[in-house]
Design a protein around this ligand. Sequence first.
Ligand code: NAP
Length: 324
Amino acid sequence: MKPTPLPLNHFLPGSSRLVLGCMSLGGPWDAQDIGEADIAQAHAALEAAQSIGITVFDHADIYKRGRAERCFGALLRRQPSLRDGIILQSKCGIRFADDAGPGRYDLSAKHIMASVQASLERLGTEYLDLLLLHRPDPLMEPEEIAEAFRQLQSRGQVRHFGVSNMQASQMRWLQRALDQPLVANQLEMSLGKLDWLAQDASFNDGQSGTALPWAGTLQHCQAEGVQLQAWSPLAQGRFSGAAAADDRIAQAGTALVRELADQHQVSPESIVLAWLLRHPAGIQPVIGSSQPERIRACGAATQVQLSREDWYRLFVSARGQALP
Ligand SMILES: NC(=O)c1ccc[n+]([C@@H]2O[C@H](COP(=O)([O-])OP(=O)(O)OC[C@H]3O[C@@H](n4cnc5c(N)ncnc54)[C@H](OP(=O)(O)O)[C@@H]3O)[C@@H](O)[C@H]2O)c1
């Protein structure tokens, strides 16, 4: 049965236009445990996010090997009322190398169920608002995934389901087996990662060979009411202060971002995000900073309406190549 499309950006009531990505919480990747300093950092990031209206928090079972979720869980345990006002999403399906095998993807029902159970325990919550399949697994079987989703939903452990890093054909294939609509797809999109636009801006221009992998993914998501989320939307600061000295494209892009930031009287981060927000697909940027100041600097993004011309100036500058 064809799922009823949900209206864009209303995939979960109360969802904010920006999302806080929690991958950087929980200390260094090789730390053994979390300490008070990590919890304090998570608290400061959460407060900064809430101060700019963020209600959605993005996790994954693997972030800091579970310590990012544990930090966030510590906040929820200390202040249980926090849970009511936020939307929690997590991901499963990537496994690090272990005694059983190499680093791998695993969308078996057994792994999905075990991963969600562990995320819920770490986060100290009874349910996830949204579960994303982190990456496509060449061995995935839609019927098996459908059964896992059915069980997770009937137990009240997950309310909605989505994917990450999947293209339209994979989503269609998966959706045919599912009872629930896929409500989100999280993909890397930013001024520093432009292949998602190549299909629309460069198709048949005789220069770009990169259009195929996206293969209608943006259009599929828009047509089916699937919320697009952009990971690494700040391109890790490449256009807002962290450009390498020898990165000529980033240097030029940074100068343009600064010019527009001055013009709109906002931070460079807000311009970089406003560029994504200006796209008609209704993209939700998942910002990854853990610094309260940088998180707050993102807040004005939703108030900036870039002109068509300025959107193209940024696009062409970051592309490093004129259009057409
Ligand atoms: N679905 C997926 O496969 C996938 C993959 C990767 C990430 N994600 C999600 O997306 C979120 C965002 O990813 P991200 O962290 O790569 O994205 P990002 O928002 O593009 O970058 C944030 C990172 O860049 C640093 N940064 C930003 N501006 C900077 C500047 N001007 N100078 C120096 N450093 C700067 C931040 O450091 P500070 O902390 O110091 O601000 C932070 O480490 C993650 O938290 C995660 O939730 C999903």
